[in-house]
Each structure stands twice: as structure tokens, then as C-alpha cells.
Design a protein around this ligand. Structure first.
Ligand SMILES: [Zn+2]
Length: 74
């Protein structure tokens, strides 16, 4: 994964304002994977597939999954 860059004072899924980093990856399974890692430990992972589907997972720093969804292309 390559780092896309870091950010400051963004609102994490838990509601805190924290710094963090964004990573991006490309492979054969998923067209694009974007992963955001917040300083508090929250994570957001998004996969975009060849057919246009997008899956999104948001995990709070205590390990609780807040969002786990699949959006299909229309
Ligand atoms: Zn957090």
C-alpha cells in the first residue's frame, strides 16, 4: 500500500478530531482500496470493484464495526 498522505484534525468515526493517514492500493481483485487510519485507532476501509460495486467498512478504535455496507452500481 502506498501512503496517499496524512491529514490533521479530521473527524474520526468516534467523533474525535484527530490526525491520520490515508493509504491507497490497487490489485487484481479490487480496483481500488482506500484505507484511512485515524490516530485514535479508528479505521475506514473502502473497496471498489471492477463491476462498480463499492464496499465500505468503518471500525471504531475499540474494535466495534460501525458501518459494513455494500453499495452496488446502478
Ligand atoms: Zn476513534
Amino acid at each position: 500500500m502506498k501512503a496517499n498522505g496524512s491529514f490533521k484534525s479530521q473527524k474520526a468515526p468516534c467523533g474525535r478530531l484527530v490526525n491520520g493517514e490515508e493509504y491507497e492500493d490497487h490489485d487484481d481483485e479490487c480496483v481500488v482500496t482506500v484505507e484511512v487510519v485515524y490516530e485514535c485507532g479508528c479505521q475506514s476501509i473502502q473497496h471498489e470493484y471492477h463491476d462498480g460495486c463499492v464496499s465500505r467498512r468503518v471500525i471504531r478504535h475499540d474494535g466495534r464495526v460501525l458501518v459494513d455496507e455494500m453499495l452496488s452500481a446502478e
